[in-house]
Ligand binder design. Structure first.
Ligand code: NDP
Length: 291
């Protein structure tokens, strides 16, 4: 079993970005600039945005946090989005999800200028991704693809099962894995809550990418020897021995690891790569507009 170390690769990626930014600044150019819009007090969203701001500092990006109360109206939020679209000093921005129930998320995401949509959630960018055109790839699937590439994992012609079909992870993941390319080109099956006898698919799979959000969902009996496991899931569970909460993936790591050729840990696998890929997307936006 070989561990796919997302912390190590994210560090290498950030070092690379930091060097590029330092070169731009030495040449007298401005640093890349990422903004984050955070609505409400959801603790997880707060924590994610804080980490994103910290990542920006680490690589020398400028960052701006726009924090709004949960009772902001959809109209006011749309005005902020329009201002950010017009801001010539800003390369990209994200609107942290989820948004409060009274705000139509799709409406907000569709109002973001696709050229600044570094989360890659705008339909224009999703369409470009599906067509294999250069665009901002959603950070989590992008991070998984980078891991596969960096570890030079043979994926071509392999049976890949993606668990989950969300717009931010499962669906884009299935599209990217099925596209031509040395570290893609898999035969992809996408499973979801409507899938019958799911283990029949996972038992046949050479590669399993799980993005379900259920702790220890994928068990040892559900996979074959030599499988490659990418665990996207992040689940908070109570650890009786430590009398505290801990994060676990969708995969029963301890029991599956001896069967797997490669496996991502949780934490320390896909999570750090997701953060690093947002920086990559911001750098791409910067290169397009600020040069
Ligand atoms: P969603 O809840 O949006 O999607 C979950 C998907 O899993 C849905 O498609 C759902 O099916 C499917 N599903 C749920 N239960 C089952 C089941 N019993 N059998 C088969 N399919 C099932 O979650 P996300 O995609 O946003 O996130 C998934 C996980 O990944 C979460 O744990 C999240 O925290 C984590 N995550 C991690 C990131 C990282 O950086 N590591 C980034 C983003 C998310 P259906 O569509 O039919 O409802």
């Amino acid at each position: 079993m070989k561990l796919l170390d997302g912390i190590k690769l994210a560090k290498k990626t950030k070092k690379n970005i930091r060097q590029k930014v330092a070169n731009y600044v030495t040449e007298g150019k401005r640093a890349p600039h990422l903004a984050a819009v955070l609505v409400g007090e959801d603790p997880a969203s707060n924590a994610y945005v804080k980490m994103k701001i910290k990542d920006c500092e680490e690589v020398g990006f400028k960052s701006t946090l726009i924090k709004k109360d949960a009772d902001i109206s959809e109209k006011e939020l749309l005005e902020i989005v329009h201002e950010l679209n017009e801001n010539k000093e800003l390369d990209g921005y994200i609107v942290q999800l989820p948004l409060p129930k009274h705000i139509n998320e799709d409406k907000i995401l569709q109002a973001i200028d696709p050229q600044k949509d570094v989360d890659g959630f705008h339909p224009t960018n999703v369409g470009k991704m599906a067509l294999g055109l250069e665009t901002f790839l959603p950070a989590t699937p992008f991070g998984v693809m980078r891991l596969l590439e960096d570890y030079d994992i043979a994926t071509s012609g392999k049976k890949c099962v993606v668990l989950g079909r969300s717009n931010i992870v499962g669906r884009p993941m299935s599209i990217l894995m099925s596209q031509p390319g040395k570290h893609a080109n898999s035969t992809v099956t996408i499973c979801h809550s409507g899938t019958k006898n799911l283990e029949e698919f996972t038992q046949e799979a050479d590669i399993i990418i799980s993005a379900i959000g259920k702790p220890h969902f994928l068990t040892s009996e559900m996979v074959k020897e030599g499988v490659i496991i990418i665990d996207v899931g992040i689940n908070r569970v109570y650890d009786e021995s430590k009398k505290d909460y801990k994060l676990v993936g969708d995969v029963d790591f301890e029991n599956i690891k001896s069967k797997a050729d490669y496996i991502t840990p949780v934490p320390g696998g896909v999570g750090p790569m997701t953060r690093a890929m947002l920086l990559e997307n911001t750098l791409l936006a910067y290169k397009r507009f600020a040069q």
